[in-house]
Ligand binder design. Structure first.
Ligand SMILES: [Zn+2]
Length: 244
C-alpha cells in the first residue's frame, strides 16, 4: 500500500536538510490517544457541556472539579507509548535532517521517542504548576490526585495546557514560525489544517517540499506537492533515515 507515495516522500526527505514536522491529533491516535473533542455523547448527556466548553478557561475557574474529572479521564493517557511516526521523527532529528517538531498535542510522546526540539503549541500534560506558589508537579501527581489536585501550600494546581479562551505562548509561536520559514521541507501530519494556527503557519513556508499525511483528506488544499491519505505512523515507519 502507498508504495508510490512512500517512494516520493523518501525522495523529498533525502533531498532535504532542514525538515520541520507540524503535527496534530492524528499523530497521537495511533498511540491510542483519542481526540478529546470526540469524547462520546454519553458524557455530554450526563454533563450538559461539550468537550470544548469543559476545556475552557472559564470552566476551569468556575467548575474546577468537573474540569479535572474530564481532563484526567479524557486527556491524560500516561501509559501511551510513542508510535512509528514519533520514533521516525526522532531519528530524523538525530541524523541531522530535522530541525523541529511543532505539535498541537499535549501528551509529550515526541519527547518520549527522543525528539529534542519540540514546540508544543498547546502545552503539555507533563507540566503542572501551583497557581499560588508556582511549585511544579508531574502528570502522575495530577492524574492520581483525588478531585482537584492541590499543592502542599493549599493552592490549586493548573496544567500548563492552553485552554480555550487562552492565548498561545508567543515565544512558542515565534520559534515555530522561525523554524518553518527556515525549513526546506515541511511535513504536515495528522491534522486537517482547517484550524488555527495550522492554516496560518503554512504561509511562512518557503522551502521546496511540502507534504501532507493525514488519514482523512484535508479540507484545505495548501499546494502540497504530495498528499497521502493514510495514517501517519504507517507511512513514516517505511521511511529510511539517511544521515544528512
Ligand atoms: Zn503551592
Amino acid at each position: 500500500m502507498y508504495e508510490q507515495e512512500v517512494k516520493r516522500l523518501q525522495e523529498m526527505i533525502d533531498d532535504s536538510e532542514r525538515i520541520v514536522f507540524f503535527g496534530g491529533a492524528g499523530v497521537s491516535t495511533e498511540s491510542n490517544i483519542p481526540d478529546f473533542r470526540s469524547a462520546d455523547g454519553l458524557y455530554q448527556q450526563k454533563h450538559k457541556y461539550s468537550p470544548e466548553q469543559i476545556v475552557s478557561h472559564t470552566f476551569f475557574v468556575h467548575r474546577t472539579e468537573s474540569f479535572y474529572e474530564f481532563y484526567k479521564e479524557k486527556m491524560m493517557f500516561l501509559d501511551a507509548k510513542p508510535n512509528a511516526a514519533h520514533k521516525k521523527l526522532a531519528e530524523l532529528e538525530e541524523a541531522g535532517k530535522l530541525t523541529a517538531v511543532i505539535t498541537q498535542n499535549i501528551d509529550g510522546l515526541h519527547q518520549a521517542a527522543g525528539s529534542k526540539n519540540v514546540l508544543e503549541l498547546h502545552g503539555s500534560i507533563h507540566r503542572n504548576y501551583c497557581q499560588s506558589c508556582r511549585k511544579f508537579y508531574d502528570a502522575a501527581y495530577v492524574k492520581g490526585s483525588e478531585g482537584i489536585p492541590k499543592c502542599s501550600c493549599g493552592g490549586t494546581i493548573k496544567p500548563d495546557v492552553v485552554l480555550y479562551e487562552e492565548g498561545l505562548d508567543s515565544d512558542v509561536i515565534n520559534r515555530s514560525i522561525k523554524a518553518i520559514s527556515e525549513a526546506d521541507m515541511l511535513i504536515i501530519g495528522g491534522t486537517s489544517l482547517v484550524v488555527y494556527p495550522a492554516a496560518g503557519f503554512i504561509d511562512y513556508f518557503r522551502g521546496k517540499h511540502l507534504a501532507v499525511i493525514n488519514k482523512s483528506t484535508t479540507a484545505r488544499e495548501v499546494g502540497a506537492k504530495l498528499t497521502i491519505a493514510a495514517p501517519i505512523g504507517e507511512i513514516m515507519e517505511k521511511i529510511e533515515v539517511k544521515r544528512g
